[in-house]
Design a protein around this ligand. Sequence first.
Ligand SMILES: Cc1cc2nc3c(=O)[nH]c(=O)nc-3n(C[C@H](O)[C@H](O)[C@H](O)COP(=O)(O)OP(=O)(O)OC[C@H]3O[C@@H](n4cnc5c(N)ncnc54)[C@H](O)[C@@H]3O)c2cc1C
Length: 361
Amino acid sequence: MGVLSTPAAGAGFGDPDELVHGRPRKAWHRDRLAAQRYLLRLIEESGVDCDLQAGAVLLAPTKSNYQKLANTVEARNALYGTSDYAIAADALEAEAGGNASDLFAGALVLGDTHHVQPAKMITGLATLARKHGATICERTDVVGLQKCREGTRVRTNGGDVVAQNVLLTTGGYTREFARFLWNRTLGVPSIVAASEELPREGVAEMFPTGRVLLVNQVRGFSCRPSPDGSRLILAGPLAQTPRSPDVDVQALKGYFKRLFPEVASMEFTHCWTGMIAATRDAQGHSGAHNGTWYSVGASGLVSCADAGRRMAQNILHEDATAAVADKKFSRWPLRNSEHLLWRGISLSTRLSDLIGRSRLR
Ligand SMILES: Cc1cc2nc3c(=O)[nH]c(=O)nc-3n(C[C@H](O)[C@H](O)[C@H](O)COP(=O)(O)OP(=O)(O)OC[C@H]3O[C@@H](n4cnc5c(N)ncnc54)[C@H](O)[C@@H]3O)c2cc1C
């Protein structure tokens, strides 16, 4: 989808001093903003035009959620140097068309959140990495790792390579040869679909300012216009095993037609999915196991770029304190019976949707 996630992603918008996963929320926010600045710097350095646009609108589904966002916005702006502001339901039409004013209690306009065309951004970052000496072997699968005198022999379907340091960042695609990681990660599908070309005036009515719309629910759904303003792009983590594009599109349409009723009769010409690495505590984990570095589960484009930067520093500085397995990185139960594990996840997802309105971010 290309949203360079909100500063709150994963930490919520509540009291900045409240502890979240053992740290004050403001520490997470500061990290997130620093990580975002890092990625924006990389994009700038790459010189790529990736249709970078600023601004996101976080839609609040309940009055209490809106009040919480609105009551804390000034304090957050003062703490983090942001310029966010709240708008009530009756002013929502300036930011979101369709039924937004009826469905949502208000919104937070996040001026410092950006969105990009992700494929162009990745192309730019890959070019930058090559410029700095990296070799990228596309469509080459690592199939095994073997310790050897010089370090690790990395076996691939394109031949072997011996490396002093190996960093596994295989995310939601981790395979069984990396048993430690495989036991602790699970690929959860996320789905994006793009509509047929639409009259630009219609798209502009849905998104009067062109900002991406994010729904502040336990499972975050988002939508935005394509960079040229001719299509509608919908995204959602449907937390189900991947199915056919038609079924995926119907699921997204089912969710978004309440906001934009015209979605029901729209054709969707593109739909794509990918796997996001789910960890048991929904946190990113990094460290080393049996001499192989790993970093997985950092949620979103901003966090994973920053996780990469931190791991590179640890490796370059031979940081022995970082070269240990993360003790909080728990195994998934039933990892060998994926079918049962998925049923459990599907049930808990449905449950969290039911009680989700009281557990907004
Ligand atoms: C459809 C979709 C939309 C998304 N939209 C957004 C968004 O709008 N904003 C946002 O912040 N995040 C978004 N995300 C999430 C974001 O893409 C991920 O959080 C991020 O890509 C994770 O980065 P990563 O490097 O940890 O893993 P990945 O990006 O999954 O990278 C893992 C890589 O490892 C490779 N790999 C795996 N196994 C092997 C092997 N054996 N040999 C060689 N290579 C291997 C894979 O091919 C892949 O390239 C979206 C994800 C999806 C799927």
